[in-house]
Design a protein around this ligand. Structure first.
Ligand code: EPU
Length: 337
């Protein structure tokens, strides 16, 4: 356990926050020892994975940061058409997806290149390009931080929803995920339906993409509009796309006939927050330290030298401005600490 530990390289915004205590978990027994030490009962604590979806609002975390870094990938049951692959929480998500693609396993390719680690992926049911983690999720093993109990969560127990799960709602902060089992297919039709995938493939003269080509296309599409965390601090989509009533969308569509939207199964309509933020005039806005990314208004960025509270202030102004202009409330996707 380390004290007064800088989290600058442990949060993708790159804020120089100090933690009172920091402990790196490399295997399950590290975690069991930490739980039995009792420190988590007496002190505030935070489970930290890749740090790609957190915003530290203050400069100091007065408690213990538990950094999950358990590595390992195992092939479990194998059949002619599918295979169960177990990945431990500390595996890098993009590397893991690349590994599955290299092994010609289908299912995770549309989730390529999403920064983060395996253990955090179920928490907010990561999604992109027409796929969500839940599509290939079989189960995960988690440990209760209060009792040390090991528990397997089957897919239906996880209550997956758009950028949500039981680990982000009812059980928030109570369990830590140590491994995730994915059910992957040896052969499957590729999912090319999402907006710009087909355009990208056509432009690059790829008629029938291989699994690897689709993976690489997704990486290239993401690179073209999302900032590289190694160069500009950010946490991917900062806001969730709001889901509004059909009548409210129809009113919006009168004013903006080309407003992008996706019909939801319950009749409501999901509107891209990035579009609303752009139309409210924020795209490319910046001050000295923070701003709204010029190629994707859904992403707030930290250019360096700023603090978490600068992003909080900017996010509040954006939410207020979208509410005033469209009467639509948008809310953060990123976890505020
Ligand atoms: N749009 C704008 N202006 C912008 C940004 C977007 O007009 O500045 C419009 C686009 O033209 C498009 C629509 O909004 O018509 C949707 O944009 P895009 O396809 O880029 O997707 P998104 O809704 O902005 C979501 C996810 C992303 C994911 C992409 C691709 C959320 C909150 N975000 O973004 O996830 O990569 O779809 O599937 O659902 C993340 O969670 O960190 C993330 C990057």
């Amino acid at each position: 356990m380390q004290e007064q530990f800088s989290l600058k390289t442990y949060n993708s915004f790159g804020f120089d926050v100090k933690a009172k205590h920091f402990v790196e978990i490399q295997n399950i027994s590290d975690l069991e020892k930490l739980i039995s030490s009792g420190i988590l009962e007496t002190e505030r604590h935070l489970i930290l994975s890749g740090g790609n979806n957190v915003l530290f609002c203050d400069d100091y975390f007065d408690g213990t940061v538990v950094y999950m870094n358990i590595k390992g990938i195992d092939f479990l049951t194998d059949s002619t058409d599918s295979i169960i692959v177990r990945a431990y929480a500390g595996e890098d998500w993009p590397d893991f997806v690349q590994f599955t693609v290299e092994n010609n396993l289908h299912g995770l390719e549309n989730l390529a290149h999403i920064p983060g680690k395996v253990g955090a992926a179920p928490v907010q049911n990561i999604g992109a390009y027409g796929a969500e983690l839940k599509d290939c999720f079989l189960q995960c093993e988690a440990i209760c931080l209060a009792t040390g109990e090991h528990r397997v969560f089957k897919k239906d127990e996880c209550r997956f929803a758009y950028r949500n799960s039981i680990f982000k709602s009812e059980l928030k902060g109570k369990y830590v995920i140590v491994s995730v089992d994915f059910l992957l297919k040896r052969n499957a039709q590729l999912n090319l339906e999402y907006g710009n995938i087909k355009n990208y493939l056509t432009e690059n003269k790829i008629d029938t993409p291989t699994l690897q080509q689709l993976h690489d296309a997704i990486c290239a599409i993401r690179d073209a509009k999302l900032p590289d965390v190694r160069k500009i601090g950010n946490a991917g989509s900062f806001f969730k796309n709001p889901v509004i009533e059909k009548a409210q969308f129809e009113a919006l569509q009168k004013a903006y006939p080309n407003a992008p939207h996706y019909a939801e199964p319950d009749g409501k309509v999901k509107v891209p927050a990035g579009w609303l933020i752009e139309k409210a005039g924020w795209k490319g806005w910046r001050d000295e330290h923070v701003g709204v990314y010029e190629k994707q208004a859904l992403v707030l960025v930290h250019y360096g030298g700023g603090k978490g509270c600068d992003i909080v202030e900017l996010a509040e102004k954006i939410m207020q401005s979208v509410k005033e202009k469209f009467g639509i409330e948008i809310s953060p996707e990123v976890n505020f600490i």
